[in-house]
Design a protein around this ligand. Structure first.
Ligand code: ADP
Length: 519
């Protein structure tokens, strides 16, 4: 062998090695290896085929062959010997296979040499070099090709490993990204490196706004007393004595909604014990907190609101039943009337509580019928007229007010709740108007009073359960903050809307709509 031939080969192999470290793009690498192998072996064409999982082979790189004709060379890599020992490795009838294939493809190729690409005793592919003229390939040529085959095998192996790492990383990213829990990965300085979709959902902060910033800037958790959890007791900075890396607190989303989050941290260390990253698992515990608060409110409402009428009833019953007293008829009647009134209040409160829990459990079933709202309003007003002498009432509906489909009992409750509130929250009396108008495709009913009114900031909130405006009047007025919650649920169950217009000090007008049945 000529020394410059060896030199050229070394140069080629060096070039290939360099390309291998520079790029991991398998097709271009195989092409480069093939081109050099064809050139150094003075061939005219070449092919690299790779093995599939099922043991069959497919062409992965070609040189000097028309692409359309490559499949005609298939017989060259069919029924191959399975041994991975390159010294005794030979494709039976290879020349014959080539003559048939090159005739079919119309490509005049006369000589072929083929070698397996072997990794860990396993054939992962084959390299073929073809000549269209000149002498056959020598043993020397085979040895030279073996070097190229090795290079190609390493390239394939590297690419596979790289692909595996990439797939693994993509899989991990997909798991993190699609996890139902919030996941963030922090650097040792508490900057955010990863921020998944669930966290974006919880906080409203998109990943590109969170990544790169400190966790305490993006997720500034506060406890119920308003103290920053991140700045004062971050478990990553000051691990608590029990070693639990856990923080819980509230944060305000960009849209103004408060969310309660619970973070579980797990720090990752390198071999020398240095902190390299922290994986934080974040859960939205708002519902849990809400349920807890609801339970507490419910207990306090029950104890307060139920206790008062019960003690009044007990007091009056005890007094009236005294053996030593001889009550006159009038006192007896008055006492019994109070007992009855308080029992009614109790009954109403219990019904409201039951309805509220039924609503939560899956909604109230509505029994639809045609309702005559003007007469229902009239009846409701009649009932209340006897209970107050400070208020005057008016019922105001246009003639021919259309019948509306609805649940009689529930709509009666809605009117009753609104009128009862109008009385309760106008302690100085005044006019209470109940009326309705026909709008496009719906009716709008209103109940207005001249009472204390509702501040703008509270006008939406009062429809939430157990919500009452904090004022001295409310504190003195019995109520559980359930009436409007039920009003809203019933109206919305009918496909309508409810809202209030009010100026504090100038009364309030509650409106609700119900769709007019067009069928
Ligand atoms: P409750 O009357 O039992 O407190 P509601 O759900 O009926 O519960 O009402 C919630 C709150 O809305 C009341 O506590 C009160 O602060 C306010 N509110 C309701 N109706 C009126 C009204 N007509 N005028 C002023 N405030 C009202």
């Amino acid at each position: 062998m000529f020394p410059d031939y060896r030199l050229r080969q070394r140069e080629y192999l060096l070039q290939i090695s360099r390309a291998m470290t520079a790029q991991l793009d398998l097709p271009s690498l195989l092409k480069l290896i093939l081109e050099n192998a064809v050139e150094i072996l003075s061939g005219q064409a070449g092919l690299i085929v790779l093995r599939r999982q099922d043991g069959t082979f497919y062409p992965r790189a070609s040189y000097g062959l028309p692409v359309r004709a490559i499949h005609l060379f298939d017989p060259l890599w069919r029924d191959l010997p399975t041994t991975a020992d390159r010294r005794h490795w030979q494709i039976p009838d290879l020349s014959m296979r080539l003559s048939l294939a090159s005739a079919a493809a119309g490509v005049p190729l006369r000589q072929v040499v083929a070698l397996p690409m072997i990794i860990k005793d396993e054939i992962i592919g084959l390299i073929y070099i073809f000549r269209s003229r000149g002498a056959g390939f020598t043993v020397n040529d085979q040895q030279v090709l073996a070097d190229f085959a090795d290079q190609a095998a390493i390239a394939v192996q590297n690419a596979r490993l790289y692909q595996q790492v990439n797939d693994e990383r993509a899989r991990l990213n997909a798991i993190i990204e699609n996890s139902g829990d919030g996941v963030m990965i922090l650097g040792p300085d508490r900057t955010i490196h990863t921020w998944n979709r669930a966290l974006t959902g919880m906080t409203g902060v998109p990943a590109d706004e969170a990544i790169g910033r400190h966790c305490y800037e993006v997720l500034d958790l506060h406890n119920r007393q308003g103290v920053s959890v991140c700045h004062t007791t971050c478990p990553l900075v000051k691990p608590p004595e029990d070693g639990r890396l856990y923080a819980e607190g509230d944060t305000l989303r960009a849209d103004g909604i408060r969310v309660s989050l619970a973070d579980n941290y797990s720090p990752q260390y390198d071999e020398e014990g240095n902190l390299v990253s922290v994986i934080a698992n974040v859960r939205d515990v708002s519902r849990l907190r809400e349920a807890e608060e609801l339970k507490n409110t419910l207990l306090s409402v029950i104890s307060h609101e139920l206790k008062t009428p019960v003690s009044i009833i007990k007091g009056y019953a005890g007094t009236l039943a005294r053996q030593d007293a001889d009550w006159d008829k009038e006192t007896l009647a008055d006492g019994l009337a109070i007992i009855e009134e308080e029992a009614d209040k109790l009954n109403e409160l219990i019904n409201n509580l039951l309805d509220a829990s039924r609503l939560q459990a899956g909604g109230i079933k509505l029994q639809f019928a045609y309702l005559d709202l003007p007469s229902m309003a009239e009846k409701a007003v009649e009932k209340f007229r006897t209970q107050t002498d400070r208020h005057t009432f008016s019922v105001d509906f246009p003639p021919n007010f259309p019948p509306v489909k609805g649940d009689y009992e529930r709509i009666r409750e809605v009117l009753s709740n609104l009128i009862s509130n109008a009385i309760k929250y106008s302690p100085d009396g005044g006019l209470i108007r109940v009326g309705g108008r026909v709008e496009e495709g719906e009716v709008r009913v209103f109940v207005s009073d001249e009472g204390v009114g509702i501040p703008a900031t509270e006008q939406e909130r009062i429809f939430d359960r157990f919500t009452r405006v904090d004022s001295s009047l409310t504190r003195q007025t019995p109520g559980a903050g359930l009436g409007l919650f039920l009003v809203k649920a019933v109206v919305e169950g009918h496909g309508g809307r409810v809202w209030v217009e009010s100026q504090p000090g100038h009364g309030a007008t509650f409106y609700f709509t119900l769709p007019i049945d067009s069928s």
